[in-house]
Write a protein that binds this ligand. Structure first.
Ligand code: CS2
Ligand code: MG
Length: 403
């Protein structure tokens, strides 16, 4: 028994907004969990502060599954990104504590390492194809075995996924969302040339990925997947919005390009049909938005039965705590596929010291007890919350569209 003495929510903005839950036990240990939901951060902070923290005090920190069920079933209102991010934060903090009590890195509690390292992919972005290829070359020189290629679309002024001013990530940069224009026709015409150049200039010994950010219809996605088949992509991500899981049947009927989806999923119910019907190849749900280690393991176990591998979301709006927790998860499960790796800003790293590291295309969670990521509260206090939104997307006739 290790009684929970206190729990607090820390909101900080070192480069971008992060919400962290810190749980302390009566025997003087603590664990931290990520609760960041980009653009809706304070909703999760309130959910935790007002509704979860009071229910945690006095509970046994070791009863991770029981506390998970208590927060999920007990709330009556199930699922949804706010609820599941809050539960995830509790879950991550409790696994962190258990690891510290055991004196073992989290992956050891999850069954031990199934591989030596976690293959990661990075983002090569550019306004032009040449710029994107140049960026990919730079990453390959650092040892990356897998690179996501995104380039500006000729005829569209700005596109989400292609950062402005050569910034290294896609910042949520506006107090009120800025508006981009979108044209599927222009995009679909431009993309094969990017991957043709990719294979031509980068060769065949690198995995190439692409994110379509839910902007296509199923039949368009089928056609794009077919057009990209000659380039043997690792995956085409988020081809269509995935609320209607059956929509992926149509894409599958038309292309053998591997499909990835799920960064906005928050429970196993969002991907049950996609997995059981083998409509996808990679599931992108990750620790913070899909109910923590406890729930993500359940998703991965289901996926394993159907030849679906994991490809956890790892953008910079997920805090280093999620990256650390995901790396332990990735190292331990049998059906790991790949992990996304976007570099956090240096200032983010000062607030979240961590044991994980990158070397030659692979990451490793490190050997620190627990998940190995901490929060420096003094540093965190220097960066107050700042409202910031991602852009929205409109079609050229003004219709609001998916970004
Ligand atoms: C993207 C993310 O990493 C990805 O694949 O889709 O940048 C995503 O847009 C953000 O995490 C949204 O918060
Ligand atoms: Mg994505």
């Amino acid at each position: 028994m290790s009684k929970i003495r206190a729990a607090k929510v820390i909101v900080t903005c070192p480069g971008r907004n992060f919400v962290t839950l810190k749980i302390e036990t009566e025997d003087g240990l603590y664990g931290v969990g990520d609760a960041t939901l980009n653009g809706r951060e304070l909703a999760v902070a309130s959910y935790l502060n007002d509704h979860v923290v009071p229910c945690l005090i006095g509970r046994d920190a070791h009863r991770i599954e029981d506390i998970w069920q208590y927060l999920y079933r007990g709330a009556y209102w199930r699922r949804g990104p706010v609820t599941m991010s809050a539960i995830a934060a509790v879950d991550m903090a409790l696994w962190d504590i258990k690891g510290k009590v055991a004196g073992l890195p989290l992956y050891q509690l999850l069954g031990g390492a199934s591989r030596d390292g976690v293959m990661v992919y990075c983002h090569a972005n550019g306004v032009t194809i040449e710029e994107t290829i140049e960026a990919a070359r730079g990453y390959m020189a650092q040892g990356y075995k897998a690179v996501r290629l995104q380039a500006g679309v000729p005829g569209l002024k700005s596109t989400y996924g292609v950062p402005k001013d050569k910034k290294p990530y896609e910042p949520a940069d506006a107090d009120i969302p800025t508006e981009n224009l979108w044209s599927t026709e222009k995009y679909m015409r431009s993309l094969p040339a990017l991957f043709e150049a990719g294979r031509d200039k980068l060769g065949w010994d690198v995995h190439l990925l692409h994110d379509a950010h839910h902007r296509l219809t199923p039949i368009e996605a089928g056609r794009l997947g077919k057009d990209l088949e000659p380039f043997r992509m690792f995956w085409l991500e988020d081809a269509v919005p995935a609320e209607n899981q059956a929509a992926f049947r149509l894409i599958r009927q038309h292309t053998t390009t591997p499909l990835a989806v799920g960064e906005i999923f928050n429970s196993i119910w969002d991907c049950k049909q996609l997995i059981e019907e083998q409509l996808i190849d990679y599931i992108r749900a990750t620790v913070v938005h899909a109910g923590g280690i406890t729930h993500l393991r359940r998703i991965a176990a289901l996926a394993d039965l159907y030849h679906v591998r994991t490809g956890c979301h790892g953008a910079t709006d997920l805090s280093p705590i999620t990256m650390g927790a995901a790396l332990h998860f990735n190292l331990s499960i049998p059906n790991f596929g790949i992990q996304e790796h976007m570099h956090h800003a240096a200032v983010t790293e000062t607030v979240f010291p961590h044991a994980y590291s990158y070397k030659d295309g692979y990451m490793h969670p490190g050997e620190a007890p627990g998940h190995g990521v901490d929060i420096d509260e003094k540093e965190a206090a220097k960066y107050p919350y700042k409202r910031a939104y991602l852009p929205v997307n409109r079609l050229e006739d003004g219709t609001l569209y998916n970004w």
